[in-house]
Design a protein around this ligand. Structure first.
Ligand SMILES: Cc1ncc(COP(=O)(O)O)c(C=O)c1O
Length: 362
């Protein structure tokens, strides 16, 4: 190991998928956008296929093409409208496309290309989606184009991880809005990781799950005990130095030593996706002990306090994951909390161009 490794655990990923399948009773669509939430797209898609998953969701046409290269026998859903200039790629790669703007739908319809579409209804997220007032007209429009096959109706919740009641209102609005159309043979989908744990309306038959599949917590209805975090990040001690009380370390001299200290360095930094704001609250694990970060995270290195510990160059440093004696853990949520951000952002920023990604199966 030079700089460090991102370990991704295939068994944990497939166990999460099996758990979610049983838990939701809906068909699972695994969200693999942003390099499968930083985990790597190839092995995640392959492992999910081996676990019986038939649907994958992406945010970009180029991501869809990567997934299509893996298998011709799966459905790939693009979660929002692409530029019309991507039309040929959609057709050639047999990509299901989310639609909501009349102009875009007209462009697809007039192209005469055979396309599968899912009509997205805005039930409160107010990001993309047709309004409830326009839904029936747009639905009719899609049906009027013989080259377009309506495959699904969908929506997306803004506060599924914090507010069940608000989410219920979105569900009610969705059901009311689509109540007069024929939904036979359609995929009806709304849920993400959080809402899939409590939205039990029978109308929904597909669930788009990202974070939970990778094993991370899904509040407010926690089933986290049944999920296994898929990713661990480990590196090594690359430098040790003795510093005196009163000396400052790293950029900005933002940390002044309160006592004579031994400071270790590890070769990982914000250039690898380990976020800058991890200092001052962050820590790492060495030899089954927490060590607090001292000084600002730099692009390529972090510093932490190993005073009074028995350590040497090349000792393992756990950035994300569980100590070897299983007594300590650093979770994605911990890193997100130190950085006042969300788990999704931490994961999708992890880069595997300098850290080696290693697939493990146990
Ligand atoms: C439209 C859509 N559906 C589903 C998901 C999956 O969300 P989660 O990772 O919370 O399961 C996302 C994630 O960003 C999304 O944008």
């Amino acid at each position: 190991m030079d700089r460090g490794c991102i370990y991704v655990n295939k068994s944990s990923f497939s166990d999460n998928i099996q758990f979610l399948k049983g838990f939701t009773n809906k068909e699972l669509c695994v969200v693999v956008k942003a390099n499968a939430y930083g985990h790597g797209i190839d092995w995640t898609v392959n492992t999910a296929i081996e676990s019986g998953v038939k649907w994958f969701a992406v945010a970009a046409v180029d991501e869809a093409i990567l997934v299509r290269k893996i298998s011709d026998n799966i459905r790939i859903l693009l979660l929002s409208e692409p530029s019309i200039s991507e039309l040929e790629k959609l057709v050639v790669n047999n990509i299901d496309t989310t639609v909501y703007n009349e102009k875009f739908i007209d462009q697809l319809g007039e192209s005469k290309e055979a396309l599968k579409v899912h009509l997205k209804l805005d039930t409160g997220m107010h990001r993309v989606g047709c309004s409830p007032e326009n839904f029936l007209r747009i639905h009719e429009k899609i049906l009027s184009y013989k080259n377009l096959t309506l495959e699904g109706i969908c929506t997306h919740f803004p506060v599924a991880d914090t507010q069940k009641e608000d989410t219920k209102q979105s569900v009610d609005l969705f059901m009311k809005t689509i109540s007069s159309i024929d939904i036979k043979n359609l995929f009806i989908h709304a849920d993400n990781s959080a809402s899939t744990t409590f939205n039990d309306e029978k109308i929904f038959n597909l669930t788009r799950v990202g974070l939970a599949a990778y094993g991370y917590s899904i509040s407010p209805n926690s089933v986290a005990d049944n999920l296994k975090p898929v990713m661990e990040i480990k590196t090594r001690i690359s430098n040790l130095q003795s510093r005196k009380k009163g000396e400052a370390v790293s950029y900005g001299k933002a940390y002044v030593l309160e006592k004579d200290s031994i400071i270790a360095t590890a070769p990982i930094g914000y250039g690898d996706g380990y976020p800058w704001n991890s200092f001052p609250d962050g820590k790492v694990i060495v030899n089954n002990e927490f060590c607090k970060l001292v000084g600002r995270v730099t692009m390529d290195q972090i510093l932490f306090d190993v005073t009074d510990m028995d350590v040497k160059i090349d000792d393992e440093v756990i950035i994300l994951g569980t100590s070897n004696d299983k007594s300590l853990n650093i979770s994605i949520k911990d890193i997100a909390v130190w950085n006042k951000t969300i788990e999704w952002e931490i994961l999708t920023n992890i880069k595997d161009n300098r850290l080696n990604r290693i697939e493990i199966d146990n």
